[in-house]
Design a protein around this ligand. Structure first.
Ligand code: ZN
Ligand code: ZN
Length: 207
């Protein structure tokens, strides 16, 4: 499929609207989510709930939420802070599914692109350099959208222990700030339940 057709598809437009801009990272997430969904669909019952596990909190994670319907708020979108472009989609019932991970040699780093990103981040880029960056950034986005699956990702079966569904429990006030808090998220300090926010602040103050 041509990049232009993908950019104009409803699916991609929903991802771009949610994320706020079009970028290479969003495109990687878009491709990964589509591939993972296709593979998972072949092996799972229609009504099984799916869980998405992402290993980076970068741009790609937004496309995953939009396309899979697994969201942070529903508790079926899990973030593991590994700093890797990998997505695992699992069936909640079996804990079995598929992992899609970026190949190490998927794309050669574009040195001009990288240098421009750094210059822009420093606030040191000229108007022409901004334009040049936009062009390279968009070209990379299109390359990712058009690349064959095998070039971008390794796809393998996955199995994972899933965290229990979020429990609904009546809140209790934190002994320090008084804010209603899930008791299972509080720590007992001197025999009283204290929220993690208060403990974090106490930690900062103690430093
Ligand atoms: Zn982005
Ligand atoms: Zn508190």
């Amino acid at each position: 499929m041509k990049a232009q057709d993908i950019l104009e598809s409803e699916d991609f437009k929903r991802c771009a609207a949610f994320h706020g801009h079009v970028c290479p990272g969003l495109s990687i997430g878009f491709r990964a989510a589509h591939i993972a969904m296709d593979r998972l669909q072949e092996n799972r019952a229609e009504d099984e709930e799916i869980v998405a596990v992402v290993e980076t909190d970068a741009c790609s994670a937004d496309a995953v939420q939009v396309l899979t319907g697994c969201t942070f708020g529903k508790g079926n979108f899990i973030y593991r802070d590994y700093g890797k472009m990998a997505l695992t989609l699992l069936s909640r019932n079996t804990g079995r599914g598929v992992r899609v991970a970026m190949k190490p040699d998927a794309f050669k780093p574009d040195e001009e692109h990288m240098a421009l990103i750094q210059k822009i981040t420093r606030g040191a880029a000229t108007a022409d350099e901004h334009k040049r960056f936009e062009k390279l950034h968009f070209r990379r986005t299109c390359d990712i959208l058009e690349a064959p699956v095998d070039k971008l990702f390794s796809v393998s079966p996955a199995e994972m222990e899933l965290p229990a569904r979020a429990r609904i429990e009546p809140s209790e006030p934190c002994a320090r700030c008084g804010e209603p808090t899930m008791p299972s998220k509080m720590n007992v300090v001197d025999g009283r339940k204290v929220c993690r926010g208060c403990l974090d602040r106490a930690g900062v103050d103690a430093e």
